[in-house]
Design a protein around this ligand. Structure first.
Ligand SMILES: *Cc1c(COP(=O)(O)O)cnc(C)c1O
Length: 476
């Protein structure tokens, strides 16, 4: 193959000062690895506070009562949900142990919600004993929760997960929740007090949509508001509508780099340039019948409508020429809730790993072995598309292209599928920093094959000019 364009496309990540500070302090990094092994996940909690604040400001501006819940499934670290508690927001829990830990840490049960996709009797008992609201997904769950509440002789607060919303006259499919066309009768049949129907107390509606469309979320919220009006005529009052998460986050500095990357990837898959991914992995693109097909199957890492802007767009959404959602809510006593995972973790995390070896493979590609494995930086999509940071001397003139390989005995344990240009070949013991990894990248898919230890999780609680070892709190 002719190498027409050898230069690899860059994907410069958005960075925070604390990340750069850390990467410039090689002594400190060495001390961290000495104590905690490799890889290490660092969590910078002031960024978490800032993210919370930004969402709260939007609701305050619109004069809408609100509560935020941190969806802790996005990151296992305890320091984060404890910080959520200190910041006065709630925690969305998705399993028995997530709920148990939050209760043990003293999170106010009123600021907890159970949205688990599978709800065991044990989980429901814990929720009912503590008056934690449960979001119901199907009739079997309603029946189980009723029987648990009856046995414990309690009335227990519930919300109903809704799906099947109308967007552009088509219904949105989801495997979760009750259909918007049926949910009214589900609520009345389960929650209107009758002799043997006194255990579930209706509090509100809930949805969490797949994908990242503000239009779909605006339309869903608008339809939930209409539903609350119908329920009200039957004497059933909606205290909250929980609009879930899925708020877009922006990871990248530069729109043109994002565009170029996709163009170069397509060219590579078509054989018009050298590979830019390991073994020319198309990350969703592929050649079928000599034609390029498919689409980039990664998270959309570059976004202009992220975070608070995304929420603004939902609140300003107008469904079928009605008033916009914010206006519809003005004279109502309905609280809007959000369960935010990824978007509260913006700029919060970094994953550090040490270089163990360098070698050339048969295709003369440099492979750099890292003391970590693929499960410790694993996205639910095709790859994590951000250039990593290096604790290297910057003034080198011998750039080298490398792939990072991990510790699992699999050919496919390539930590990043992208080929990365480094200022020079790293030395053993050099440090690679993957930035903005706190949302889903650190723990969601982490496994312990080969009996490797799980990665260490450390937190920085305040911003400082110079960090010392004692500033890094372990996750006890
Ligand atoms: C995962 C999840 C969230 C959080 O989603 P993010 O995209 O991380 O904001 C919120 N609610 C429910 C029900 C979820 O399953």
């Amino acid at each position: 193959m002719k190498s027409v364009n050898n230069k690899l496309p860059k994907l410069s990540p958005l960075l925070s000062e604390w990340m750069l500070q850390l990467m410039q302090d090689k002594k400190l990094l060495d001390a961290l690895f000495e104590t905690h092994g490799s890889p290490i996940n660092i969590h910078y909690l002031p960024a978490f506070d800032e993210n919370i604040n930004r969402f709260q400001k939007v609701f305050e501006k619109h004069n809408i009562p609100h509560d935020l819940f941190y969806a802790r499934k996005a990151n296992k670290t305890k320091s984060l949900f404890k910080r959520a508690k200190e910041d006065g927001i709630g925690v969305d829990t998705a399993s028995y142990r997530e709920l148990e830990q939050a209760l043990d840490a003293g999170v106010d049960p009123k600021l907890l919600v159970v949205t688990a996709a599978i709800k065991t009797r044990k989980l429901l008992e814990l929720a009912v004993e503590n008056n934690v609201i449960v979001i119901l997904d199907n009739q079997d769950e309603c029946d189980l929760l009723k029987s648990v509440a009856k046995k414990l002789d309690k009335q227990t607060p519930v919300g109903f997960r809704v799906s099947g919303f109308y967007v552009n006259d088509e219904k949105l499919y989801s495997r979760f929740g009750f259909d918007i066309d049926d949910v009214e009768s589900v609520i009345t049949s389960n929650c209107i007090p009758e002799e043997n129907n006194v255990h579930l107390i209706y509090k509100g509606l809930h949805f969490h949509l797949n994908g990242y469309s503000t239009e779909e979320r605006g339309a869903a919220l608008s339809q939930c508001i209409s539903l609350s009006e119908i329920l009200e005529t039957k004497g059933i009052y909606t205290e909250f509508i929980d609009i879930g998460g899925g708020v877009l986050m922006n990871y990248l500095k530069d729109k043109s780099e994002w565009k170029d990357f996709k163009e170069e990837l397509k060219k590579a898959v078509k054989g018009e340039r050298e590979e830019i991914t390991f073994n020319n992995d198309g990350l969703g693109y592929q050649m079928i019948d000599n034609k390029l097909q498919g689409d980039l199957a990664t998270y959309p890492f570059y976004n202009e409508n992220s975070g608070d802007v995304f929420l603004e767009q939902i609140l300003n959404y107008r469904f079928k020429n009605k008033e916009n959602v914010s206006e519809l809510l003005q004279n109502k006593a309905i609280e809007i809730r959000m369960e935010l995972g990824r978007s509260l973790l913006n700029q919060v995390g970094m994953t550090l790993a040490r270089v163990v070896f360098r070698k050339k493979d048969r295709h003369v590609r440099w492979l750099v072995g890292l003391e970590m494995n693929m499960s410790q930086l694993q996205s639910s999509s095709a790859d994590f598309l951000l250039d990593p940071l290096f604790a290297l001397e910057p003034d080198d003139e011998n750039p080298v292209d490398v792939y990072f390989t991990g510790a699992y005995c699999l050919e496919r344990d390539i930590v990043l599928k992208r080929k990365i240009t480094l200022p020079h070949l790293p030395e053993i013991g050099d440090v690679v920093g993957f930035v903005n990894t706190a949302g889903y990248m650190m723990h969601f898919f982490e496994t312990q094959a080969h009996l490797f230890e799980l990665s260490a999780n450390l937190s920085l609680e305040t911003s400082k000019e110079n960090y010392e070892m004692k500033d890094f709190k372990t996750d006890e």
